[in-house]
Design a protein around this ligand. Structure first.
Ligand code: PEP
Ligand code: MN
Length: 349
């Protein structure tokens, strides 16, 4: 069972809920968000109906939700069936009628690369700049990223083009550093069940983009999101990025059915990464269009000014003109399903 407090409920009201839980010899898990506190009640109460009424009668309580699923705070029931909107800033949010679009290189390579990419993708209508400064590479000998220097290039390029920044944090010790530069902290597929890292970003007051693990079930993915929310950060956006299967024709199998499945199970927004999902440049546009048609709340797409020279993931990166063309096609699909794409800050030249 979870108890959802009204926004900005008084400390005394939350204390009263905790006191009642203690009196009933149950245990409480309190998740304090920026606006709202949610109290999870753990234990098997003897008479559920009476108990629900007791909590519902307390001051400051908005709703009491009996939840038998393993994930609770992220379940759709926890928000009374409403979908959450995760706000990044005045221009960028996930889960509303506008589709969010993050675009940029796999790895941050240089200041020039970032400037060129940011200016171009912003003109095409992206509203978030992506790029990795800490790279989770399969080989320890492959390029590992520019670290803080890369974060600085991201921030500067994004600010000049009025874009938000999403970038991956690999290590719990780097969370504070990445938080200083990024607007959204990305947890990569390989870290989806790094529980220490999940708890750490649960303490941050910025949205987290949680990628689905390479071989994670939807339930495991939602449980990972539950870790972050339970640690106090309610602003989690899920990202389907393909799962591993037996067929090498694509790098991963992009599970687009996961979009409506997840939307039925959780109130959190869900976006799609067609770049890692397919690993093939020619498949990025069709899968982006399909993702939006399937109801995704956003896209994260690898774009590089010269994919042939990219330090990582060149074969799946769109060129700047490829991305411009795709954005035009996405506008048609979005409007066909009653959604919109971000407006370009500067008119296309
Ligand atoms: C990335 O987006 O840069 C990335 C490494 O993705 P994933 O964690 O999905 O492999
Ligand atoms: Mn990549």
């Amino acid at each position: 069972m979870i108890i959802v407090m009204r926004p900005h409920a008084a400390a005394a009201e939350i204390d009263a809920v905790e006191a009642l839980i203690a009196k009933l010899k149950l245990s409480a898990h309190v998740s304090r968000g920026a606006e709202r506190t949610i109290v999870g009640v753990i234990g098997a109460p003897p008479d559920k109906e009476t108990l629900l009424a007791q909590f519902a009668g307390l001051d400051g309580v908005e709703s009491v939700v009996p939840i038998s699923r393993s994930y609770k705070l992220v379940s759709r029931e926890a928000r009374g069936g409403e979908r959450s909107i995760v706000r990044v800033n005045d221009r960028v949010s996930f889960g509303g009628s506008q589709i969010a679009v993050a675009a940029g290189p796999c790895s941050v390579e240089s200041r020039e690369q970032l400037e060129l990419t940011a200016t171009s993708v912003a003109r095409s209508g992206a509203n978030i700049l992506r790029g990795g400064a800490f790279k989770p590479r399969t080989s320890p000998y492959a390029f590992q990223g520019l670290g803080e220097e890369g974060l600085r290039y991201m921030r500067e390029a994004a600010d000049r083009s009025d874009l938000a920044v999403v970038t991956e944090v690999l290590d719990p010790r780097d969370v504070a550093l990445v938080e200083r530069y990024a607007d959204i902290l990305q947890i990569g597929a390989r870290n989806m069940q790094n529980f220490t890292l999940l708890r750490e970003v649960g303490g941050v007051r910025k949205p987290v983009l949680l990628k689905r693990g390479l071989a994670a079930t939807i339930e495991e993915w939602l449980m990972a999101a539950e870790y972050i929310v339970a640690a106090g950060n309610h602003d989690v956006v899920l990202c389907e990025r393909g799962i591993r299967s037996f067929d090498p024709a694509t790098r991963n199998v992009l599970d687009l059915a996961a979009v409506p499945v997840v939307q039925g199970l959780t109130h959190l927004p869900v976006i799609v990464d067609p770049s890692h999902g397919t690993g093939v440049r020619a498949l990025v546009a069709p899968m982006s269009l399909a993702a939006v048609a399937a109801g995704a709340d956003g896209l994260i797409i690898e774009v590089h000014p010269n994919p042939a020279a990219a330090f990582s993931d060149g074969p799946q990166s769109l060129t700047l003109p490829n991305f411009e063309e795709l954005m035009g096609r996405l506008r048609t699909v979005a409007s066909a399903i009653g959604r919109s794409m971000p407006q370009s800050q500067t008119a296309p030249v």
